[in-house]
Ligand binder design. Structure first.
Ligand code: G3I
Length: 377
């Protein structure tokens, strides 16, 4: 522990003296030699959610090449984007991302095949407005998974097969998938994904999985799928956190509990908001939540005060101490975005805020504390 901190301190001092420190005190030039993927290479894969900007030439793709060995498409493989109409697919951007990840030797995680959100109405309703029935919806789910996961068979390393199917109390979300097909829609999704991409790793992904009741619901799912011989390889803990939320003891308990089920544990959508949250009842990541902008909830419109940056650093260091301690269970840590300027948290749950949740700032420079994370704990 002391040696790690000494190493971190020396590294940080060296970086500060090597010309990278011509940035403001709280950032290091992204052109520096420090690499997140190299620093974590003996612990877990380190990645980010990306869009088409990150595979074009520019600072974003340079940061991706320097720091990450796994990528997740933030939106381009979601149903509404990749399959917007019954007979229309939009594969050009996903194809480009798959080709980019292959050129860079980066592992790609597909996101996401079955989700209650960002799924067009035509999936669930006939043109006359009546709901499709179980058989019709299962047929459509199967053909979508075959078309998408099948297209990238052997090229996409893993899939978030089902996303956010549980309520906070561990019961199943009353989505149209559930209401029309029934509670075995998850089982069918994993079966279809295995048939379409036999070599891909298959994950269940959700937010707030630190909550004991929600954790329990997912553990029951893992047990059921395994008991039926249906492939499930991992659980994705999204990790959309804040400075004062959640208790990291609960996070650690969930890492241990999911791992005890014999599945990989991934941290799939990590970011730590520094902003006050306007609705304590809905801390999490439900994209359906939207609240009109209020200045009191957007306090750092110019820069992040140093004391808040220090709080953010402490939260990240405490979290990575847990990840490092459980690197035998945690296979991947993916940030939900590369730099603060494009983080979804600038617009959720209040559009138009300025948040600072990631390791690269609005200036696209690495925040200094990031160099300490591989040695935390
Ligand atoms: O592409 C359109 C653009 O043409 C249009 O002009 C613009 C304004 O309406 O919207 C654009 O689409 C937006 C899309 O992001 C791409 O920017 C959607 O409105 C917006 O809803 C969508 O938000 C995404 C959200 O999921 C909903 O899909 C966020 O970027 C993305 O970070 C967020 O990610 C989710 C994970 O998939 C699941 N876990 C929670 C996480 C955070 O909500």
């Amino acid at each position: 522990m002391k040696l790690n901190l000494l190493v971190a301190g020396i590294l940080s001092a060296v970086v500060s003296l090597t010309g990278c420190s011509n940035e403001p005190a709280d950032t290091i030039s992204a052109q520096g030699q420090f690499s997140l993927k190299e620093a974590f290479k003996d612990k877990f894969a380190i990645g980010a959610a990306v869009n088409e900007l990150h595979i074009a030439d520019g600072i974003e793709s340079a940061l991706v090449a320097q720091h990450y060995n796994t990528l997740t498409p933030e939106n381009m493989m979601k149903w509404e984007e990749i399959h917007p109409q019954p007979d229309q697919f939009s594969f050009s951007r996903p194809d480009a991302l798959v080709a980019f990840s292959e050129r860079q030797g980066i592992q790609l995680v597909g996101h996401t095949l079955v989700w209650h959100s960002q799924t067009p109405d035509w999936v669930f309703y006939h043109q006359d407005g009546t709901r499709k029935n179980r058989a019709e919806l299962l047929t459509l789910m199967k053909s979508h998974i075959e078309a998408v996961a099948g297209r990238y068979k052997g090229r996409v390393y893993a899939w978030d097969v089902v996303n956010e199917a549980f309520n906070e109390d561990g019961t199943l979300r009353q989505s149209l998938w559930y209401e029309i097909i029934g509670d075995d829609y998850l089982d069918m999704a994993f079966e279809y994904a295995h048939e379409a991409a036999p070599n891909a790793r298959l994950y269940y992904n959700d937010y707030n999985l630190f909550k004991p009741a929600k954790r329990k619901g997912v553990i029951e799912l893992v047990k059921r799928l395994k008991s039926k011989g249906i492939q499930i390889d991992g659980v994705g803990m999204q990790a959309h956190y804040a400075l004062d939320y959640p208790s990291f003891d609960d996070v650690e308990a969930s890492i241990e509990a999911f791992s005890a089920q014999g599945v990989d544990v991934m941290i799939t959508e990590l970011d730590i908001s520094v902003l006050p949250f306007p609705d304590d009842e809905n801390m999490g990541a439900d994209v359906g939540l939207s609240i009109a902008l209020q200045d009191e909830y957007n306090p750092y419109t110019e820069v992040l005060p140093k004391e808040k940056l220090d709080e953010l650093a402490s939260r990240y260091e405490a979290l990575f101490a847990i990840f490092n301690r459980h690197s035998d269970k945690v296979g991947r840590v993916t940030f939900w975005g590369v730099h603060d300027a494009h983080s979804w948290r600038n617009n959720w749950p209040m559009p138009g805020r300025k948040d600072y949740p990631l390791l690269f700032g609005h200036d696209k420079q690495l925040k200094t504390f990031a160099t300490r994370l591989p040695y935390a704990g």
